[in-house]
Write a protein that binds this ligand. Sequence first.
Ligand code: G6P
Length: 355
Amino acid sequence: EETGKAGYDHFMQKEINEQPRSLRQGLSERVDELAGEVDIGDLAYLNPRGVQLVACGTSYHAALYGAALFREAGVPAQAFLAHEYASAPPPVGDDLVIGVTQSGETADTLSALRAARSKGATTLAVTNVVGSTAARECDHVFYIKAGPEIGVAATKTFASQLTALNLLATGMVPTKDDRESIAALRDLPADVQEVLDDSSAEAVAEEYLDSDAYFFLGRGLQYPVALEGALKMKEITYKHAEGFAAGELKHGPLALVTANTPVFALVTGDGEQARKTIGNVKEVEARDAPVVAVTDGQSDVERYADHVLTVPESSPRTAAVLSNVQLQLAAYHTAAKLGRSIDKPRNLAKSVTVE
Ligand code: G6P
């Protein structure tokens, strides 16, 4: 097992650092930058009337992101926790139901996919494991090609799920903005490498090791990343952490914010969403909470931040992947400094095969 870690202290650390390579694998032969197109094979012709995504845990956060991309392209889409799928509107014939599952074996997700199939929907597995149950049972499969992931806390597979969903949405429903986001996909592995090389997440982890709780704020495509940042922090540090849609803060969570609850704010770009999230950052700053801004430097969020975790400028879709790398590192270093069982957190399993 030690040799499998390739010199890293933990599989999770190795897998975080492998992301440039795993992303390259997942993008290889699927992006035609010259033509401004992606190649997702026959899936490009599915032409769904609506899309439902079903998933659990980290994969559910990827599903939220995927649903947002389809909606941006004009296709009605919604993500469901697989174990809550019974209360979803039943899919009809031209609907596509996408199961996002790294392992392809999560019982809740398999069961939702079977229910969708029995209603006549077309099903697609987005998975990492060739020949997994989801891959075999669905009508179609799209492999994320992240390579094996040993750490219980999903890291590189989440990044690969986001890029796979990016490819699928672009390939199924082309839009006028594709050229920019396809160019950003091409640059993504190198941009992730830059984050890994330059991150100051370890210093942030050190500074806030004794905090009561950690909060994560994001808006739009950064909202699922905020949820994922909090989940990672909970899973491996056993500390309280919560992710919020930035705008929801004032509707309750603000009551929890104190000088001992660092707030990670995801602010990329310089548009309306960034401006509004900066408004939320000012609200927490006024309550003396330390602010850690994860930003590409396009806005002035740094003015209100105690720490800055920088990501390269990118497109909104890929900015989510880049910001997430900083949050992975923050959770990892916090857990490492606390001496937690990082690769096998208490009570958790890599894949949950019971409902
Ligand atoms: C377990 C793991 C999580 C994972 C979830 C879904 O709960 O501990 O890390 O996100 O299952 O797994 P899947 O294989 O379906 O993506």
